[in-house]
Design a protein around this ligand. Structure first.
Ligand code: OXD
Ligand code: MN
Length: 623
């Protein structure tokens, strides 16, 4: 039975929804119940409006195409609107909340004319978990409701929580695509959104409030994800003494004795976070299962250990590059009940993208703009990005429960105890395959220096090539407050427990290159993907304190023979010693870059502990 506004009993939610109705002036209001019947009805509405195409080749799967102006998160239009500018810090865009609210109220006024307003209650995290948090998204986009239905626990079960407790906390999330339909106008198959200069993705950290306007895409619009589970949650975590992180969570089992360890990992975009979370080990005797692929919320248990939950219920994965070889488990996860966005459409009604592992069948294919093109002969990226069949940020939204390697306890309300935290980026030089921090604070230092080297492929500015684009803790676009204070929060978390109970911290680098070695596929000195299990096995043993390491100036590293190389191609066996040694000269340059270019950005907010570790590292490298 569908819900109506009368079914909302929670006084604060009711009052806030009424305010939204008054401001946005929708034609109708629907309270989302989360039923299958409702999902099917909203999807049919999208199909009838020409916004979605059912995929003949995949059960209950649909393809959406957005406008070229609305294909990704828009960091330049994302605001941390704290009362004081200093609280947003040097890495966030800031507008005074009074000014931003006045501007956005002007845009919201009447913005839902001709549209239905959906009121969707959702829970981030397993229902009933003490770590989970609830929100309500008000939106005029069916696409958002459908995606949020996959990505969160949404609907009646969450309304029941609110109706049972009039004081239950919630994060209000207001969203509009910013495209009112006046005088009977229709979308007519055109993705609704506003011009870039009218897009606003706003977080008001003091009020734990989210206002998003003008974009219908991903992290801009599915407000439970980046806006709530990271930007607002980092603020909640700081204030309440826990961690909200841009991290995958995996379960690692040593099959010989069934011993299990849980590992989280933070990597900047395009470093294979989803692939690592769903890895298929190449070494026998090890099993990797997935708890989450993007976000981890970690809280201390009574035993002083950090316990993590995945606040999400689905994967919003990047499609291009996902293949049987790179991530078979992701492909299987998205075989049914999945929403695809900006992928190619084949003649037999299936999706296709560059890097899928095969050329499309048939003569013609429809690209992400909706134009017919001759089928490419292979799945390689064309030289000109404009020729791509799928947009490079094309996505699949798939229920996490469909993943063949989802851990049976992925929804444990108590979370899973974390033994290791990994950091990493794309570093073609200097940073070895793996090294372990000497202490929690040293680990915080490693998190604070995460970054990827800028390559000719990622910039049009030749002067930038070779420089490091730092993305500390891979959370720069998602931290809801001053990053210097965020570092301090991590240092404080270390003080709340003891080193033996805290997770061990590691820095990994799958991306060392030697362009001159023609044996190496792509010039990469390490195969990555399933072979990363070799490094995970070493990390597992390190967490048990096994004598498998040597001390070096940069931390603990595998001693000779400690990384399992059985079955590894000879050319990788040959390059392994090179990526397992300390490049003293490279690290001294790193120290200089951190001291001169990176840390000064955080001014007085940078905790002194990080400068001390930096000085200590330099001393050790020069000793
Ligand atoms: C994502 C991102 O979409 O990190 O997960 O941008
Ligand atoms: Mn992410």
């Amino acid at each position: 039975m569908s819900l109506t506004i009368e079914d909302i009993k929670h006084p604060k939610i009711k009052a806030w929804v009424e305010e939204c109705i008054k401001m946005c002036e929708p034609d109708n209001v629907v309270v989302v119940d989360g039923s299958k019947e409702e999902y099917d009805r909203l999807m049919k509405k999208c199909v009838d409006a020409g916004l979605a195409t059912p995929l003949k080749a995949k059960e209950n799967c649909f393809l959406f195409r957005s406008l070229p102006s609305d294909v990704a998160r828009v960091e330049s239009r994302t605001f941390i609107s704290s009362v004081k500018e200093d609280d947003a810090g040097p890495t966030n865009h800031w507008i005074d909340p009074k000014e931003l609210k006045a501007t956005m109220k002007g845009l919201y006024k009447g913005c839902m004319h001709g549209r239905t307003m959906y009121v969707q209650a959702f829970c981030m995290g397993p229902l009933g978990s003490p770590i989970s948090k609830n929100g309500v998204e008000v939106t005029d986009s069916e696409y958002v409701v459908l995606n949020m239905d996959i990505m969160t626990r949404a609907g009646k079960k969450v309304w029941d929580i609110f109706n049972a407790d009039p004081n239950a906390e919630f994060v209000p999330c207001l969203h509009s695509v910013g495209k009112p339909l006046n005088n009977g106008e229709k979308d007519n198959g055109i993705w609704p959104c506003a011009d870039v200069e009218h897009k606003y993705i706003s977080q008001f950290p003091e009020e734990h409030l989210i206002w998003s306007y003008g974009s219908g895409y991903g992290g801009n619009a599915l407000l439970g994800k980046k806006c709530f589970a990271l930007r607002i949650a980092t603020v909640l975590a700081r204030d309440e003494g826990w961690l909200a992180e841009h991290m995958l969570i995996l379960k690692l089992t040593r099959e010989s004795d069934g011993e299990v360890k849980y590992v989280t990992g933070a990597f900047p975009s395009a470093c294979g976070k989803t692939n690592l979370a769903m890895l298929i080990p190449t070494i026998p005797g090890w099993k990797v299962e997935t708890i989450g692929d993007d976000i981890a919320w970690m809280k201390f248990g009574k035993d002083g250990r950090l316990y993590a939950i995945n606040p999400e219920a689905g994967f919003f994965g990047v499609a291009p590059g996902t293949s049987e070889q790179s991530n078979k488990n992701a492909l299987i996860s998205a075989e049914k009940n999945t929403i695809y966005t900006n992928c190619g459409l084949t003649e037999d009604g299936d999706i296709w993208w560059e890097g899928i592992g095969y050329a499309p069948k048939g003569k013609e294919i429809v690209d992400w703009h909706g134009n017919k093109k001759p089928c490419p002969a292979n799945d390689k990226n064309p030289k000109d990005k404009a020729e791509c069949i799928a947009h490079p940020n094309a996505r699949f939204t798939a229920p996490a429960g469909q993943c063949p390697c989802i851990a049976s306890n992925w929804e444990d309300p108590n979370g899973v105890p974390i033994s290791a935290i990994l950091f990493g980026g794309r570093r073609p030089s200097t940073v070895p395959l793996v090294h372990q921090a000497r202490s929690w604070n040293h680990g915080v230092f490693l998190g604070s220096i995460v970054g990827s080297e800028i390559t000719a492929a990622s910039t049009i500015n030749a002067d930038e090539v070779g420089k490091i684009r730092r993305d500390p803790f891979a959370i720069i676009p998602f931290c809801g407050y001053n990053m210097g204070d965020y570092f301090k929060h991590w240092i404080d978390i270390g003080k709340a427990s003891t080193e033996d109970k805290l997770p061990k911290i590691f820095y990994v680098n799958w991306f060392r290159k030697d362009e001159n070695n023609k044996d190496l596929p792509g010039g990469f000195m390490w195969p990555g993907y399933g072979d990363n299990s070799r490094v995970l096995a070493w990390i597992f043993d390190r967490c048990d304190g096994k004598d498998n390491f040597v001390e070096t100036p940069i931390g603990f590293m595998p001693k000779e023979g400690a990384i399992n190389t059985d079955g590894l191609a000879d050319y990788y066996k040959k390059t392994l010693p090179e990526i397992l040694k300390v490049d003293t000269e490279g690290w001294l340059k790193e120290v200089k870059d951190i001291r001169e270019n990176h840390y000064p950005k955080f001014g007085k907010h940078l905790p002194k502990e990080l400068n001390e570790i930096l000085d200590d590292l330099e001393k050790r490298l020069k000793a």
